[in-house]
Design a protein around this ligand. Structure first.
Ligand code: HMG
Ligand code: MG
Length: 312
C-alpha cells in the first residue's frame, strides 16, 4: 500500500455526464452558468460538452453554443466527448482543450452506446487522435463498464486491460476507468487498477465512479490507496447514462472534496463554492441534491444564519 497522494485532480463531469440524462431540455444559459461557477470554484478540468449525435443524446445538442457562451477560466481545461471524425470537427471549432474518446470493456455496451464493436470504435478514434495531436489538444480515453456491464454482467480486468492497451496505442494522454453502473466494490476496483497499471502508468489513469450501490466514495479511497490521483465526480451527484438504465449519477463532487480535504489531500478546489453550485443547479433543474456533504453544509450554513434548514 502506497502513501496517499498529496494532490488529487478532481475532474468535474456534471455539465456532461450529469446533464446528458435529463428528460427536459436544460437551457444553454443554465449550462453556461453551471460551467462558469465550477471553473471559478477552481476545478482544473470541467467536462463541458459532448459532440455526439443529437439523435442519440438530445441533451448534448447545444454543445457548440455552450462552449461559445462560457467565460474561459485560465486554470481550467474544458473537455468534451467525441465519438468520431464529425464530432471532432465540431469540438475543434468550439475550442475544446481536451477531447475524450469513449469505448467500453464489453462488446454489448459498446454496441448499445456507440453502435459499433470495440475494435470498430478504436478505428473511428484514429482520425480523432491524429487531429487532436495535430491541433495540440489533449486526448483522453474513457472505458465504460470496467467494473460490470448491464448487458453482459461480470467484466474481467483482462478485458479492461485490453482496451487500455488499445487506447494507449492511439496515443491517449490519460485513461479513465469507469464504473458506469456503480456496481464496483473496493477490492474489485483495486484489482482493475492493479491490472491496468501493468500496461499504462497509474499517474495517467483516473477513477470514474457512479454511486448506484453507494460504493463510490469507498472506491475512491480504495483507488487512492493504490496511487490513483485523478477522480471524476459530478456536482450534486447529478447524472446517469442514457444507455445504462437505472444507473444513478456520479459520485458527488462535494462528497469527494470533503473526503479528500479531510484526508489532508490538496485539490485546489473551493468546497464552499462547489456546494453553492450544487444548490444552484439542483434548483435550476428541479432535481434533488444527491450530495450528502452538500446537503449537510447547506443546512449548517442556513442554521448559522437563523434560517430553517432546507433539504432540497
Ligand atoms: P450511428 O447512428 O451509428 O452513426 O451513431 P452514423 O455515422 O450512422 O450517423 C447517424 C446520424 O448521426 C447521421 O445523421 C450523422 O450525421 C449523425 P443523419 O444523416 O441521419 O441526419 N452523426 C452525428 N451528429 C453530430 N455529431 C456527431 C455525429 N456522428 C454522427 N458526432 C454514434 C454512432 C457514435 C454517432 C452514436 O452512437 C452516438 O453519438 N453515441 C453517443 C452516445 C453517448 O453520448 N452516450 C453517453 C456518453 S458515454 C457515457 O456517459 C459514459 C462515460 O460517462 C463513462 C462511464 O460512466 O461509463 C463517458
Ligand atoms: Mg459516466
Amino acid at each position: 500500500m502506497l502513501d496517499l497522494p498529496r494532490f488529487v485532480e478532481v475532474v468535474e463531469v456534471g455539465p456532461r455526464d450529469g446533464l446528458q440524462n435529463e428528460a427536459h431540455p436544460v437551457p444553454t444559459a443554465v449550462k453556461v452558468e453551471l460551467i462558469d461557477r465550477l471553473s471559478a470554484a477552481g476545478l482544473p478540468n470541467v467536462e463541458a460538452a459532448a459532440f455526439v449525435s443529437p439523435k442519440w443524446v438530445p441533451q448534448m445538442a447545444g454543445s457548440s453554443e455552450v462552449m461559445a457562451g462560457i467565460r474561459r477560466h485560465p486554470g481550467t481545461l474544458y473537455s468534451a466527448l467525441v465519438p468520431n471524425r464529425k464530432g471532432m470537427e465540431a469540438a475543434l471549432a468550439a475550442g475544446v482543450d481536451e477531447v475524450v474518446v469513449f469505448s467500453a470493456a464489453s462488446e454489448a455496451f459498446a454496441q448499445k452506446n456507440i453502435n459499433c464493436s470495440i475494435a470498430e470504435s478504436i478505428e473511428r478514434f484514429r482520425p480523432v487522435a491524429a487531429a487532436a495531436k495535430a491541433a495540440g489538444v489533449k486526448l483522453r480515453g474513457s472505458i465504460s463498464v470496467a467494473l460490470g456491464c448491464p448487458y453482459q454482467g461480470d467484466v474481467p480486468p483482462s478485458a479492461v486491460v485490453d482496451v487500455v492497451r488499445r487506447m494507449a496505442d492511439l496515443g491517449c494522454d490519460s485513461i479513465d476507468i469507469a464504473d458506469t453502473i456503480g456496481v464496483g466494490t473496493p477490492r474489485a476496483v483495486q484489482a482493475v487498477f492493479a491490472a491496468t497499471s501493468q500496461v499504462f502508468p497509474m499517474a495517467r489513469q483516473a477513477g470514474h465512479f457512479h454511486d448506484t450501490y453507494g460504493q463510490a466514495l469507498a472506491n475512491v479511497y480504495a483507488a487512492l490507496q493504490l496511487g490513483v490521483a485523478s477522480f471524476h465526480s459530478s456536482v450534486a451527484g447529478l447524472g446517469g447514462c442514457p444507455y445504462a438504465k437505472g444507473a444513478t449519477g456520479n459520485v458527488a463532487t462535494e462528497d469527494v472534496l470533503y473526503l479528500l480535504h479531510g484526508l489532508g489531500i490538496d485539490t485546489g478546489v473551493n468546497l464552499r463554492a462547489v456546494v453553492e453550485t450544487g444548490d444552484f443547479i439542483t434548483r435550476a433543474i428541479g432535481r434533488p441534491n444527491n450530495s450528502r456533504a452538500g446537503r449537510a453544509l447547506l443546512a449548517k450554513w442556513a442554521a448559522a444564519q437563523g434560517e430553517p434548514a432546507c433539504a432540497s
